[in-house]
Design a protein around this ligand. Structure first.
Ligand SMILES: [Zn+2]
Length: 137
């Protein structure tokens, strides 16, 4: 019985992607998307934004601008015009994190965006730094 249990456990473990095992607090959220006709639907869009502690509208604005397309939020999902691969979407999330989540001074993700006049700043809750970020128009 013991052997059976162990081999079952091993089989179960081998199915878990390495990323899940090496999970860290700052793990980059992965998009779950599908191309439907001429659109790409990101099913967990709000969830991705929530993990980054950002407004999904801001993340969407960034993505549609980078992809030179248009898109809308539909409840938890985002629907983008055009066919985009998961790899491209995930890479955009990484770029978004670098541009709008990580503190430029200490590299920690515990930050928030602050809009002042027409400028956007990343305010760090760890080191207190306030660095300008690109403003999304
Ligand atoms: Zn900082």
């Amino acid at each position: 019985m013991q052997m059976d249990y162990e081999s079952l456990l091993k089989r179960g473990m081998s199915r878990i992607p390495e990323k899940a095992i090496k999970s860290s607090k700052y793990e980059t959220p992965q998009t779950e998307s599908n191309v439907i006709g001429a659109k790409t639907v990101v099913y967990n869009f709000k969830d991705v934004a929530a993990k980054l502690n950002r407004d999904p509208n801001h993340l969407l604005k960034f993505m549609v601008r980078e992809l030179a397309t248009s898109g809308v939020l539909e409840d938890a999902r985002a629907s983008l015009h055009g066919r985009f691969m998961k790899e491209s979407l995930d890479e955009l999330v990484v770029r978004y994190i670098k541009a709008y989540v990580l503190c430029t001074s200490c590299n920690k993700p515990d930050t928030k965006l602050l809009r002042e006049d027409r400028m956007t700043f990343i305010v760090c809750e760890v080191c207190g730094a306030k660095n300008p970020a690109k403003t999304l128009v």
